[in-house]
Design a protein around this ligand. Structure first.
Ligand SMILES: NC(=O)c1ccc[n+]([C@@H]2O[C@H](COP(=O)([O-])OP(=O)(O)OC[C@H]3O[C@@H](n4cnc5c(N)ncnc54)[C@H](OP(=O)(O)O)[C@@H]3O)[C@@H](O)[C@H]2O)c1
Length: 278
């Protein structure tokens, strides 16, 4: 039987890279895509060492032409992992419409571009899996994360609609919802206004308070390893009996509380747990 092919976006780092390694090690044919191939040296070396069937391809999710060319070169794709993403971080009063456009272009339009590229063939084959990497922020919005949460809420909505549309054709859709994961993600955030160090911003004290709150949420265990998300993605591909896969103890706790509580109880509980006074 031919190996299943998996195309992953943003494979040079963090969750994308851990997933490429996990799936290639498991025997999948992996199309590890990234916007800058120069960042793929380590992964290529690991693939060589492990004897994996892994090919690096350039793909910038913001560029129609780049997406088209990557899927043309990839050939048949059985599984798409929409992983590439970044975060605009700062108070909404200081976020510009252009920041929001950029946030959505990568985190929402990017996955849709890849879905548009891969879905016709999956539908015709009557088989395929689409995995969208969302976040706890796709279900719960906090201060300073409005732009990012808006993009992940949008990705959740697209995923849910798609699930209803394409299950009929034999194509599965799964949503991965990680909590805090130990990757270079925080270092690559676009910081705006108070978060970028603007001392004149009235939101300046909120930045420190929120960082402390996140530390309390993660607790002593800190951020979960990227391999935990890779394992959840593998489970979604191979078992695939759930639409949503929360990943990490913080994600489980927040999403369970959100499900069980009304808005007011959730807010007061989280404020108390996280010591948030703002
Ligand atoms: N880390 C967390 O705590 C966490 C929690 C929940 C959800 N997530 C989600 O998990 C996904 C992966 O994040 P990560 O934690 O692994 O962070 P990461 O290490 O920063 O990885 C993000 C990847 O996306 C790529 N990327 C960004 N813009 C791109 C574009 N226009 N085209 C193609 N690739 C692009 C990055 O490439 P460059 O290296 O070139 O920038 C990088 O490879 C993201 O969707 C993120 O929202 C992360």
């Amino acid at each position: 039987m031919a190996k299943e092919s998996v195309l992953i976006t943003g494979s040079n780092s963090g969750i994308g890279r851990a997933t490429a390694e996990r799936l290639a090690g498991r025997g999948y044919r992996v199309l590890a895509t990234m916007r800058n191939l120069d960042k793929g040296g380590d992964l290529a070396a690991a693939a060589e060492k492990g004897g994996w069937d892994l090919t690096l391809l350039p793909l910038d999710v913001r560029e129609d032409g780049s997406v088209r060319e990557a899927f043309r070169r990839a050939g048949d794709v059985d599984v798409l992992v929409n992983n590439a993403g970044f975060e605009v971080f700062g108070p909404l009063e200081e976020v510009t419409p252009d920041d929001l456009i950029d946030q959505f272009d990568t985190n929402v339009h990017g996955p849709l571009r890849c879905i548009n590229a891969v879905l016709p063939a999956m539908r015709e084959r009557g088989k395929g899996v689409i995995i969208n990497v969302s976040s706890v922020g796709g279900r719960v919005a906090g201060p300073l994360t409005g732009a990012y949460a808006a993009s992940k809420f949008a990705l959740e909505a697209l995923s849910e609609s798609l699930h209803y549309e394409v299950g009929h054709f034999g194509v599965r859709v799964h949503i991965i919802e990680p909590g805090g994961i130990d990757t270079p993600f925080p270092d690559k955030r676009r910081l705006v206004g108070a978060a970028a160090g603007d001392e004149s911003s009235p939101y300046r004290p909120l930045i420190g308070e929120w960082e402390q709150a996140m530390g309390r949420l993660l607790g002593e265990g800190g951020r979960s390893p990227a391999s935990m998300v890779a394992d959840a993605i593998l489970e979604a591909i191979e078992k695939g009996d759930k639409l949503r896969y929360p990943v990490g103890p913080d994600a489980q706790m927040v999403l369970m509380a959100r499900k069980q509580m009304d808005d007011e109880t959730f807010e007061s509980t989280m404020r108390q747990q996280l010591g948030l006074t703002w």
